[in-house]
Write a protein that binds this ligand. Sequence first.
Ligand code: NI
Length: 171
Amino acid sequence: MAILKIARMGHPVLRRPAEPVADPGSPEIARLVADMIETMADAGGVGLAAPQVHVPLRVVVYHVPAARDTDGEGHPLTVLVNPVLDLLGDDVDVAFEACLSLPGLAGAVPRYRRVGYRAIGVDGRPIEGEAAGFHARVLQHECDHLDGRLYPTRMADLTSFGFAEELRKPE
Ligand code: NI
């Protein structure tokens, strides 16, 4: 296993759509996933998409710690290959997001409150479910990476975009 270098905003790999994985059960994908999990843990993130480690494939890893789960009891470490989201309903929440590819920055991002998701697991089996709140937000953020989008492009009001340390200061 290895800790991989994380691409930062502006790198071309973060700006183009990633390719579907042809063989989710291959040893190459297993190695990529293991490295992504190690890289995410080292960086202290809750999610990581393969383009963030310079690999233009549709793979994401994430977990939802119970303390941050707005709508449940947390979600264990999950690997999604070729994920597809269905946006459910019209409810939108606005909350702050950060991203390992924009170190130190944060911004308020509107996201759909509920999503359905379908994907292939690393064992080759189909995965599907529904998510709400922070879990749904993580899925939308990570799947955006697979389409070459970073969270600032989803922001409705860029006045909330800035360095997290500065945003925490009282007005
Ligand atoms: Ni991100």
